[in-house]
Design a protein around this ligand. Sequence first.
Ligand code: ADE
Length: 225
Amino acid sequence: MQIDIITVLPELLESPFQHSILKRAEEKGLLKVNVHNLRPYGLGKQKQVDDYQYGGGAGMVMMIEPLANCMEDLRKEKKYDEIIYLTPDGERLNQSIANELSLYENLIFICGHYKGIDERLREHFVTREISIGDFVLSGGELAAAVLVDAIGRLLPGVLGDETSALTDSFQDDLLAPPVYTRPADYNGWKVPDVLLSGHAAKIDAWRYEQSLERTRKRRPDLLKE
Ligand code: ADE
C-alpha cells in the first residue's frame, strides 16, 4: 500500500513512520508513506497556500489551486482508491474504517490547517472525510499519523504474529481483556490462577468473560448492536 500525505508541515511527519511496526512495514515493502510538502505549490513569490475567507471572519482558509495542483500531479502517477481529508467534522475513525482502508492500494491524505480547506476541494476532490475524535487539533498531520498507524499495522505480514491484530480491542466490538507478564506474584499482587493453568479452553473462556465485563463497564455503547 502507498499513502501520499499532503501537508504544509512535512517536518511533523518525519518521525512517526520511522520506528517499530511502521518502520518494519516499510522495510518489508508492505507500506510506503510519501510526504508531500504543499508549499512549493503555493502561489506567487511568497508561495501562498492560504487566504482570508469570503464573507469575513477570523481564520485563514487553504486555497484551491495549491492543493488541486498537487493532487493533479499525484494523480498523473497513480490511481487512488480514496482521497481522504482529515477534519474534525468527518466520520469518526473506528476499527472497522481502519480495516476497510487497509484493503486499498493507494490513498491520499490531505492535512488541513487554519479554518480548513476551500469547500470546493471537498466537493470535487475529496472522496472521504475522517475525524480521529471529537476534539480539534491544530492541523491534520497528527490525525494523519494516527490513521497511517491504525491502517499500517493491519496490512498482512506487518505484525509478526498474524493473529495479534485479531485480538485487539474493537476487532470484535469488544475491548481487549487484561494481560499480565512475569512475575506471577509481585509483592502479593497475583496473576489470575487460570492464566497459569495451561488450560487453553479455560483461558479463552476467561478472556472472553473479561472482555465482555470490561466492555459492559467502560463502553456499553459497543454492545448495543
Ligand atoms: N484536524 C483537526 N482536528 C482533527 C480531528 N479531530 N480529526 C482529524 N483531523 C483533524
